[in-house]
Design a protein around this ligand. Structure first.
Ligand code: ATP
Ligand code: MG
Length: 427
Protein backbone atom coordinates (compact mmCIF):
# COMPACT_ATOMS: atom_id res chain seq x y z
CA UNK A 1 0.00 0.00 0.00
CA UNK A 2 1.42 3.38 -0.99
CA UNK A 3 -0.36 5.41 1.64
CA UNK A 4 -2.62 4.75 4.58
CA UNK A 5 -3.99 8.29 4.88
CA UNK A 6 -4.31 11.53 2.97
CA UNK A 7 -2.94 14.62 4.73
CA UNK A 8 -6.48 15.62 5.62
CA UNK A 9 -7.27 12.25 7.18
CA UNK A 10 -3.98 12.35 9.09
CA UNK A 11 -4.76 15.83 10.40
CA UNK A 12 -7.64 14.39 12.44
CA UNK A 13 -5.50 11.80 14.25
CA UNK A 14 -3.26 11.92 17.30
CA UNK A 15 -0.74 9.23 18.23
CA UNK A 16 -1.43 6.85 15.33
CA UNK A 17 1.12 5.73 12.80
CA UNK A 18 0.38 6.80 9.23
CA UNK A 19 1.93 6.76 5.81
CA UNK A 20 1.25 9.88 3.72
CA UNK A 21 2.40 10.58 0.17
CA UNK A 22 2.68 13.75 -1.87
CA UNK A 23 4.90 16.55 -3.12
CA UNK A 24 7.49 18.52 -1.15
CA UNK A 25 5.98 21.98 -0.95
CA UNK A 26 8.75 23.47 1.13
CA UNK A 27 11.74 22.51 3.30
CA UNK A 28 13.09 24.56 6.18
CA UNK A 29 16.22 23.51 8.08
CA UNK A 30 16.84 25.04 11.50
CA UNK A 31 20.04 23.46 12.72
CA UNK A 32 19.24 20.08 14.25
CA UNK A 33 15.60 20.17 13.29
CA UNK A 34 13.99 20.45 9.86
CA UNK A 35 10.46 20.77 8.52
CA UNK A 36 9.24 19.32 5.26
CA UNK A 37 5.84 20.58 4.20
CA UNK A 38 4.19 17.76 2.28
CA UNK A 39 1.32 18.60 -0.06
CA UNK A 40 -1.37 16.38 -1.56
CA UNK A 41 -4.71 17.23 -3.14
CA UNK A 42 -6.35 17.42 0.25
CA UNK A 43 -3.98 19.76 2.03
CA UNK A 44 -0.65 19.84 3.81
CA UNK A 45 1.22 17.95 6.50
CA UNK A 46 4.27 19.07 8.38
CA UNK A 47 6.98 16.42 8.66
CA UNK A 48 9.18 17.26 11.60
CA UNK A 49 12.68 15.82 11.24
CA UNK A 50 14.79 15.67 14.39
CA UNK A 51 18.44 14.88 13.73
CA UNK A 52 18.99 12.99 16.97
CA UNK A 53 16.03 10.73 16.22
CA UNK A 54 16.53 9.92 12.56
CA UNK A 55 20.34 10.01 12.49
CA UNK A 56 22.87 12.21 10.73
CA UNK A 57 22.82 10.36 7.41
CA UNK A 58 19.07 10.47 6.98
CA UNK A 59 18.84 14.04 8.17
CA UNK A 60 21.36 15.08 5.55
CA UNK A 61 19.67 13.04 2.81
CA UNK A 62 16.13 14.23 3.47
CA UNK A 63 16.95 17.91 3.89
CA UNK A 64 18.68 17.87 0.50
CA UNK A 65 15.54 16.80 -1.31
CA UNK A 66 14.28 19.25 -3.92
CA UNK A 67 10.96 21.05 -3.86
CA UNK A 68 8.19 19.23 -5.75
CA UNK A 69 9.83 15.83 -5.41
CA UNK A 70 7.35 13.04 -4.68
CA UNK A 71 7.81 11.25 -1.38
CA UNK A 72 6.02 9.01 1.10
CA UNK A 73 6.59 9.41 4.81
CA UNK A 74 5.80 6.89 7.52
CA UNK A 75 5.58 8.02 11.11
CA UNK A 76 3.51 9.00 14.08
CA UNK A 77 0.95 11.82 13.92
CA UNK A 78 0.96 14.22 16.79
CA UNK A 79 -1.32 17.11 17.58
CA UNK A 80 0.68 20.19 18.43
CA UNK A 81 -0.07 23.84 19.01
CA UNK A 82 3.36 24.79 17.70
CA UNK A 83 2.73 23.71 14.11
CA UNK A 84 0.69 26.08 11.96
CA UNK A 85 -1.42 23.16 10.78
CA UNK A 86 -2.12 21.99 14.35
CA UNK A 87 -0.44 18.62 13.80
CA UNK A 88 2.86 17.16 12.70
CA UNK A 89 4.18 13.80 11.60
CA UNK A 90 7.44 12.48 13.04
CA UNK A 91 8.76 10.38 10.16
CA UNK A 92 10.74 7.23 10.81
CA UNK A 93 11.22 6.65 7.14
CA UNK A 94 10.94 8.73 3.99
CA UNK A 95 10.74 7.06 0.63
CA UNK A 96 11.67 9.14 -2.43
CA UNK A 97 9.43 8.11 -5.31
CA UNK A 98 10.42 10.76 -7.80
CA UNK A 99 13.01 13.48 -7.63
CA UNK A 100 12.11 16.91 -9.11
CA UNK A 101 14.74 18.75 -11.11
CA UNK A 102 15.80 22.28 -10.29
CA UNK A 103 15.15 25.04 -10.95
CA UNK A 104 11.37 24.74 -11.34
CA UNK A 105 10.02 26.65 -14.36
CA UNK A 106 7.19 27.87 -12.14
CA UNK A 107 7.12 28.10 -8.35
CA UNK A 108 4.30 26.04 -6.89
CA UNK A 109 4.65 27.40 -3.37
CA UNK A 110 4.50 30.99 -4.62
CA UNK A 111 1.18 32.78 -4.99
CA UNK A 112 -0.24 32.82 -8.52
CA UNK A 113 1.61 35.68 -10.11
CA UNK A 114 3.19 34.33 -13.28
CA UNK A 115 1.65 35.57 -16.52
CA UNK A 116 -0.96 33.43 -18.24
CA UNK A 117 1.44 32.26 -20.98
CA UNK A 118 4.02 30.92 -18.51
CA UNK A 119 1.27 29.31 -16.50
CA UNK A 120 -0.21 27.49 -19.49
CA UNK A 121 3.22 26.46 -20.83
CA UNK A 122 3.84 24.82 -17.46
CA UNK A 123 0.26 23.94 -16.75
CA UNK A 124 1.03 20.60 -15.05
CA UNK A 125 2.92 22.56 -12.39
CA UNK A 126 0.49 25.48 -12.30
CA UNK A 127 -2.35 23.04 -11.57
CA UNK A 128 -0.52 21.90 -8.42
CA UNK A 129 -1.30 25.23 -6.79
CA UNK A 130 -4.18 24.74 -4.38
CA UNK A 131 -5.95 27.90 -5.54
CA UNK A 132 -5.75 26.74 -9.17
CA UNK A 133 -6.97 23.27 -8.27
CA UNK A 134 -9.88 24.92 -6.45
CA UNK A 135 -11.18 26.30 -9.78
CA UNK A 136 -11.38 22.77 -11.16
CA UNK A 137 -13.03 21.38 -8.06
CA UNK A 138 -15.59 24.17 -8.42
CA UNK A 139 -16.01 23.30 -12.10
CA UNK A 140 -16.69 19.68 -11.20
CA UNK A 141 -19.21 20.68 -8.53
CA UNK A 142 -20.92 23.09 -10.91
CA UNK A 143 -21.42 20.27 -13.41
CA UNK A 144 -22.75 18.00 -10.68
CA UNK A 145 -25.25 20.68 -9.62
CA UNK A 146 -26.59 21.18 -13.12
CA UNK A 147 -26.68 17.47 -13.98
CA UNK A 148 -28.60 16.80 -10.80
CA UNK A 149 -31.37 19.26 -11.69
CA UNK A 150 -31.61 18.00 -15.25
CA UNK A 151 -31.80 14.40 -14.07
CA UNK A 152 -34.42 15.25 -11.46
CA UNK A 153 -36.41 16.91 -14.23
CA UNK A 154 -36.19 13.74 -16.29
CA UNK A 155 -33.83 14.93 -19.03
CA UNK A 156 -31.97 12.24 -20.98
CA UNK A 157 -28.24 12.86 -21.41
CA UNK A 158 -27.25 12.48 -25.06
CA UNK A 159 -24.25 12.97 -27.33
CA UNK A 160 -24.48 14.33 -30.85
CA UNK A 161 -21.82 14.45 -33.60
CA UNK A 162 -18.97 16.90 -33.39
CA UNK A 163 -17.89 16.31 -36.99
CA UNK A 164 -20.59 17.75 -39.22
CA UNK A 165 -21.29 18.75 -42.79
CA UNK A 166 -23.05 22.10 -42.23
CA UNK A 167 -22.80 25.10 -39.97
CA UNK A 168 -25.41 25.43 -37.24
CA UNK A 169 -25.84 29.11 -37.78
CA UNK A 170 -24.37 29.47 -41.23
CA UNK A 171 -21.54 31.43 -39.70
CA UNK A 172 -17.93 31.77 -40.69
CA UNK A 173 -16.74 30.67 -37.27
CA UNK A 174 -16.06 27.12 -38.37
CA UNK A 175 -13.00 24.91 -38.25
CA UNK A 176 -12.78 22.85 -41.43
CA UNK A 177 -11.63 19.25 -41.17
CA UNK A 178 -10.89 16.71 -43.87
CA UNK A 179 -13.32 13.82 -43.66
CA UNK A 180 -11.88 11.28 -46.09
CA UNK A 181 -12.88 12.62 -49.52
CA UNK A 182 -15.40 15.12 -48.10
CA UNK A 183 -15.09 18.51 -46.44
CA UNK A 184 -16.45 18.66 -42.93
CA UNK A 185 -16.41 20.98 -39.93
CA UNK A 186 -16.14 20.79 -36.16
CA UNK A 187 -19.55 21.55 -34.72
CA UNK A 188 -20.24 24.99 -33.25
CA UNK A 189 -23.27 23.84 -31.30
CA UNK A 190 -25.51 20.77 -30.91
CA UNK A 191 -28.54 23.00 -31.61
CA UNK A 192 -29.86 21.30 -34.73
CA UNK A 193 -29.41 17.77 -33.38
CA UNK A 194 -31.07 18.42 -30.06
CA UNK A 195 -34.04 19.91 -31.91
CA UNK A 196 -34.25 16.83 -34.15
CA UNK A 197 -34.45 14.74 -30.97
CA UNK A 198 -37.57 16.66 -30.00
CA UNK A 199 -39.08 15.35 -33.22
CA UNK A 200 -37.94 11.89 -32.16
CA UNK A 201 -40.04 12.07 -29.03
CA UNK A 202 -37.15 12.15 -26.53
CA UNK A 203 -39.16 14.88 -24.81
CA UNK A 204 -36.26 16.31 -22.75
CA UNK A 205 -32.57 16.00 -23.58
CA UNK A 206 -29.34 17.55 -22.48
CA UNK A 207 -25.76 17.35 -23.70
CA UNK A 208 -22.52 18.43 -22.06
CA UNK A 209 -19.85 18.41 -24.74
CA UNK A 210 -17.25 20.50 -26.57
CA UNK A 211 -18.25 23.15 -29.08
CA UNK A 212 -15.76 24.63 -31.50
CA UNK A 213 -15.75 28.20 -32.76
CA UNK A 214 -13.11 29.66 -35.04
CA UNK A 215 -13.58 33.11 -33.53
CA UNK A 216 -10.55 35.18 -34.48
CA UNK A 217 -10.72 37.58 -31.57
CA UNK A 218 -8.70 36.86 -28.48
CA UNK A 219 -10.79 37.98 -25.51
CA UNK A 220 -10.89 37.02 -21.84
CA UNK A 221 -14.33 35.43 -22.30
CA UNK A 222 -13.95 33.50 -25.56
CA UNK A 223 -12.30 30.16 -26.21
CA UNK A 224 -12.03 28.31 -29.50
CA UNK A 225 -13.03 25.09 -27.80
CA UNK A 226 -15.44 25.27 -24.87
CA UNK A 227 -17.90 23.04 -23.11
CA UNK A 228 -21.48 23.76 -23.99
CA UNK A 229 -24.25 22.61 -21.68
CA UNK A 230 -27.30 22.30 -23.88
CA UNK A 231 -30.86 21.45 -22.90
CA UNK A 232 -33.97 21.08 -25.02
CA UNK A 233 -37.52 20.24 -23.91
CA UNK A 234 -40.79 19.50 -25.67
CA UNK A 235 -44.24 20.95 -25.08
CA UNK A 236 -42.48 23.81 -23.39
CA UNK A 237 -42.09 27.55 -23.96
CA UNK A 238 -39.34 30.08 -23.24
CA UNK A 239 -40.53 30.56 -19.65
CA UNK A 240 -40.32 26.78 -18.98
CA UNK A 241 -36.77 26.74 -20.35
CA UNK A 242 -35.73 29.71 -18.20
CA UNK A 243 -37.11 28.01 -15.09
CA UNK A 244 -34.93 24.93 -15.61
CA UNK A 245 -31.89 27.07 -16.38
CA UNK A 246 -32.14 29.21 -13.23
CA UNK A 247 -32.71 26.12 -11.10
CA UNK A 248 -29.59 24.55 -12.58
CA UNK A 249 -27.49 27.67 -11.96
CA UNK A 250 -28.73 27.95 -8.40
CA UNK A 251 -27.90 24.32 -7.63
CA UNK A 252 -24.50 24.64 -9.34
CA UNK A 253 -23.61 27.57 -7.08
CA UNK A 254 -24.87 25.73 -4.03
CA UNK A 255 -22.57 22.76 -4.72
CA UNK A 256 -19.61 24.97 -5.61
CA UNK A 257 -19.73 27.15 -2.50
CA UNK A 258 -20.40 24.38 0.00
CA UNK A 259 -17.17 22.56 -0.92
CA UNK A 260 -14.43 23.47 1.52
CA UNK A 261 -11.92 24.06 -1.28
CA UNK A 262 -14.03 27.04 -2.35
CA UNK A 263 -12.42 29.01 0.49
CA UNK A 264 -9.16 28.95 -1.44
CA UNK A 265 -10.79 31.29 -3.95
CA UNK A 266 -11.34 34.04 -1.37
CA UNK A 267 -14.80 34.66 -2.59
CA UNK A 268 -17.92 35.56 -0.73
CA UNK A 269 -20.64 34.23 -2.96
CA UNK A 270 -24.23 33.66 -1.91
CA UNK A 271 -26.54 31.12 -3.48
CA UNK A 272 -28.83 33.33 -5.60
CA UNK A 273 -32.58 33.41 -5.09
CA UNK A 274 -34.78 32.33 -7.97
CA UNK A 275 -36.63 33.31 -10.09
CA UNK A 276 -34.09 35.69 -11.61
CA UNK A 277 -35.50 38.99 -12.82
CA UNK A 278 -36.67 39.11 -16.43
CA UNK A 279 -36.54 42.31 -18.44
CA UNK A 280 -37.46 42.64 -22.07
CA UNK A 281 -35.04 43.81 -24.71
CA UNK A 282 -37.09 47.04 -25.02
CA UNK A 283 -36.86 47.71 -21.28
CA UNK A 284 -33.12 47.09 -21.38
CA UNK A 285 -32.85 49.51 -24.30
CA UNK A 286 -34.70 52.20 -22.32
CA UNK A 287 -32.37 51.78 -19.34
CA UNK A 288 -29.32 52.04 -21.55
CA UNK A 289 -30.53 55.07 -23.48
CA UNK A 290 -31.68 56.81 -20.29
CA UNK A 291 -28.05 56.59 -19.20
CA UNK A 292 -26.91 58.62 -22.18
CA UNK A 293 -26.15 55.99 -24.80
CA UNK A 294 -27.76 56.20 -28.20
CA UNK A 295 -28.69 52.64 -29.06
CA UNK A 296 -31.10 51.93 -31.90
CA UNK A 297 -33.85 49.33 -31.66
CA UNK A 298 -32.66 46.13 -33.34
CA UNK A 299 -29.00 46.55 -32.45
CA UNK A 300 -27.23 44.01 -30.28
CA UNK A 301 -25.91 45.32 -26.97
CA UNK A 302 -22.41 46.72 -27.12
CA UNK A 303 -19.84 46.09 -24.40
CA UNK A 304 -20.54 49.61 -23.13
CA UNK A 305 -24.30 49.01 -23.11
CA UNK A 306 -23.90 45.78 -21.15
CA UNK A 307 -21.70 47.58 -18.59
CA UNK A 308 -24.56 49.98 -17.89
CA UNK A 309 -27.11 47.19 -17.71
CA UNK A 310 -24.85 45.20 -15.40
CA UNK A 311 -24.75 48.14 -13.00
CA UNK A 312 -28.52 48.60 -13.00
CA UNK A 313 -29.56 44.98 -12.59
CA UNK A 314 -29.15 42.22 -9.99
CA UNK A 315 -26.24 39.82 -10.51
CA UNK A 316 -28.33 37.37 -12.57
CA UNK A 317 -31.09 38.50 -14.93
CA UNK A 318 -32.75 37.44 -18.15
CA UNK A 319 -33.20 39.65 -21.19
CA UNK A 320 -36.31 38.42 -23.03
CA UNK A 321 -38.36 39.22 -26.12
CA UNK A 322 -35.46 39.99 -28.47
CA UNK A 323 -35.89 41.45 -31.95
CA UNK A 324 -36.13 38.51 -34.35
CA UNK A 325 -33.54 39.98 -36.70
CA UNK A 326 -30.62 39.69 -34.25
CA UNK A 327 -31.35 36.14 -33.13
CA UNK A 328 -30.63 32.86 -34.96
CA UNK A 329 -33.13 31.48 -37.50
CA UNK A 330 -34.45 28.74 -35.17
CA UNK A 331 -36.02 31.02 -32.55
CA UNK A 332 -39.80 31.39 -32.54
CA UNK A 333 -41.10 34.68 -34.02
CA UNK A 334 -43.44 36.57 -31.72
CA UNK A 335 -45.59 39.71 -32.23
CA UNK A 336 -44.29 40.68 -35.66
CA UNK A 337 -40.74 41.87 -35.07
CA UNK A 338 -39.99 40.08 -31.83
CA UNK A 339 -39.01 36.55 -30.84
CA UNK A 340 -39.28 34.14 -27.92
CA UNK A 341 -35.52 34.31 -27.38
CA UNK A 342 -33.81 35.06 -24.10
CA UNK A 343 -30.29 35.57 -22.78
CA UNK A 344 -29.20 34.86 -19.24
CA UNK A 345 -26.80 37.51 -18.02
CA UNK A 346 -24.50 37.87 -15.04
CA UNK A 347 -23.83 41.58 -14.69
CA UNK A 348 -22.33 42.51 -18.06
CA UNK A 349 -21.59 38.96 -19.23
CA UNK A 350 -23.74 36.65 -21.33
CA UNK A 351 -23.95 33.21 -19.76
CA UNK A 352 -26.55 31.53 -21.88
CA UNK A 353 -28.82 32.01 -24.88
CA UNK A 354 -32.10 30.20 -25.30
CA UNK A 355 -35.57 30.40 -26.79
CA UNK A 356 -38.79 28.74 -27.57
CA UNK A 357 -37.98 27.38 -31.00
CA UNK A 358 -39.79 27.72 -34.26
CA UNK A 359 -41.37 24.30 -34.84
CA UNK A 360 -43.45 25.37 -37.86
CA UNK A 361 -41.77 24.22 -41.05
CA UNK A 362 -43.04 26.94 -43.44
CA UNK A 363 -42.19 29.75 -41.06
CA UNK A 364 -38.77 28.25 -40.29
CA UNK A 365 -37.88 28.09 -43.98
CA UNK A 366 -39.07 31.64 -44.51
CA UNK A 367 -36.93 33.00 -41.65
CA UNK A 368 -33.96 31.00 -42.90
CA UNK A 369 -34.24 32.54 -46.36
CA UNK A 370 -34.65 36.02 -44.90
CA UNK A 371 -31.32 35.50 -43.13
CA UNK A 372 -29.63 34.46 -46.36
CA UNK A 373 -29.38 30.76 -45.51
CA UNK A 374 -30.05 28.03 -48.03
CA UNK A 375 -32.69 25.61 -46.70
CA UNK A 376 -31.28 22.88 -48.97
CA UNK A 377 -28.14 22.63 -46.89
CA UNK A 378 -30.30 22.06 -43.82
CA UNK A 379 -32.39 19.26 -45.30
CA UNK A 380 -31.37 16.73 -42.64
CA UNK A 381 -32.71 19.14 -40.02
CA UNK A 382 -35.81 20.39 -41.79
CA UNK A 383 -37.05 16.85 -42.55
CA UNK A 384 -37.65 16.40 -38.82
CA UNK A 385 -40.17 19.27 -38.99
CA UNK A 386 -42.54 17.75 -41.55
CA UNK A 387 -43.34 14.44 -39.88
CA UNK A 388 -44.54 15.58 -36.47
CA UNK A 389 -42.52 18.13 -34.49
CA UNK A 390 -43.81 19.26 -31.10
CA UNK A 391 -43.39 22.83 -29.82
CA UNK A 392 -40.13 22.97 -27.87
CA UNK A 393 -37.68 25.25 -26.09
CA UNK A 394 -34.14 25.11 -24.78
CA UNK A 395 -30.86 26.84 -24.11
CA UNK A 396 -27.09 26.62 -24.45
CA UNK A 397 -24.93 27.54 -21.50
CA UNK A 398 -21.17 28.03 -21.67
CA UNK A 399 -19.64 26.03 -18.84
CA UNK A 400 -16.46 28.12 -18.64
CA UNK A 401 -18.42 31.39 -18.50
CA UNK A 402 -20.31 30.01 -15.53
CA UNK A 403 -17.12 28.74 -13.85
CA UNK A 404 -15.63 32.19 -14.40
CA UNK A 405 -18.36 34.09 -12.65
CA UNK A 406 -18.67 31.58 -9.82
CA UNK A 407 -14.94 31.32 -9.07
CA UNK A 408 -14.27 34.98 -9.83
CA UNK A 409 -11.28 34.34 -12.10
CA UNK A 410 -10.77 37.13 -14.61
CA UNK A 411 -9.66 35.17 -17.66
CA UNK A 412 -11.74 32.33 -19.16
CA UNK A 413 -8.50 30.43 -19.91
CA UNK A 414 -8.14 29.82 -16.18
CA UNK A 415 -11.32 27.71 -16.25
CA UNK A 416 -9.93 25.20 -18.75
CA UNK A 417 -7.13 22.76 -18.06
CA UNK A 418 -5.57 23.17 -21.50
CA UNK A 419 -7.20 26.17 -23.21
CA UNK A 420 -7.46 26.58 -26.96
CA UNK A 421 -7.29 30.19 -28.08
CA UNK A 422 -6.30 32.04 -31.25
CA UNK A 423 -2.63 31.16 -30.87
CA UNK A 424 -2.51 28.20 -28.54
CA UNK A 425 -2.69 24.57 -29.64
CA UNK A 426 -0.12 23.07 -27.23
CA UNK A 427 -0.19 21.67 -24.56
P1 ATP B 1 -20.98 35.92 -27.25
O1 ATP B 1 -21.88 36.96 -27.83
O2 ATP B 1 -20.66 36.16 -25.80
O3 ATP B 1 -19.76 35.66 -28.09
P2 ATP B 1 -22.76 34.05 -28.44
O4 ATP B 1 -24.07 34.75 -28.35
O5 ATP B 1 -22.01 34.07 -29.71
O6 ATP B 1 -21.78 34.56 -27.26
P3 ATP B 1 -24.18 31.57 -28.26
O7 ATP B 1 -24.10 31.12 -29.68
O8 ATP B 1 -25.41 32.20 -27.78
O9 ATP B 1 -22.92 32.53 -27.99
O10 ATP B 1 -23.72 30.32 -27.34
C1 ATP B 1 -24.36 29.98 -26.13
C2 ATP B 1 -23.42 30.17 -24.96
O11 ATP B 1 -22.18 29.51 -25.18
C3 ATP B 1 -23.01 31.62 -24.71
O12 ATP B 1 -23.98 32.29 -23.97
C4 ATP B 1 -21.71 31.45 -23.96
O13 ATP B 1 -21.96 31.15 -22.59
C5 ATP B 1 -21.12 30.21 -24.58
N1 ATP B 1 -20.13 30.59 -25.60
C6 ATP B 1 -20.34 30.93 -26.86
N2 ATP B 1 -19.22 31.17 -27.54
C7 ATP B 1 -18.22 30.95 -26.66
C8 ATP B 1 -16.79 31.01 -26.74
N3 ATP B 1 -16.18 31.34 -27.87
N4 ATP B 1 -16.08 30.69 -25.63
C9 ATP B 1 -16.69 30.35 -24.50
N5 ATP B 1 -18.03 30.27 -24.35
C10 ATP B 1 -18.79 30.56 -25.41
MG1 MG C 1 -25.80 34.20 -27.39
Amino acid sequence: MFRTHTTKEASKLDGEEVKVCGWIHDIRVLGRIAFIILRDRYGFAQLTLIKSLIGNENFKKYTKLTRESVICARGKVQKTEQAKLGFEILPEEIEVLNQAETPLPLGVADKVSADMETRIENRFLDLRKPEVLAVFIARSNILRGIREILSEENFIEVHTPKIVATATEGGTELFPVKYFEKDAFLNQSPQLYKQILMGSGFDKVFEIAPAFRAEEHNTTRHLNEFISIDAEMSFADDEDAMRILEKGIQNAIKYAVEDESFEMLNRNLEVPKIPFKRITYDEALDIINSRGLNMEWGEDFSTEALKILGEEMDDFYFITKWPLEIKPFYVLPHEEKYSKAFDLMHRDKELSSGAQRNHVYESLVEVMKSKGLNPESFEFYLRAFIFGMPPHAGWGLGLERLVMIITGVKNIRECVIFPRDRTRLIP
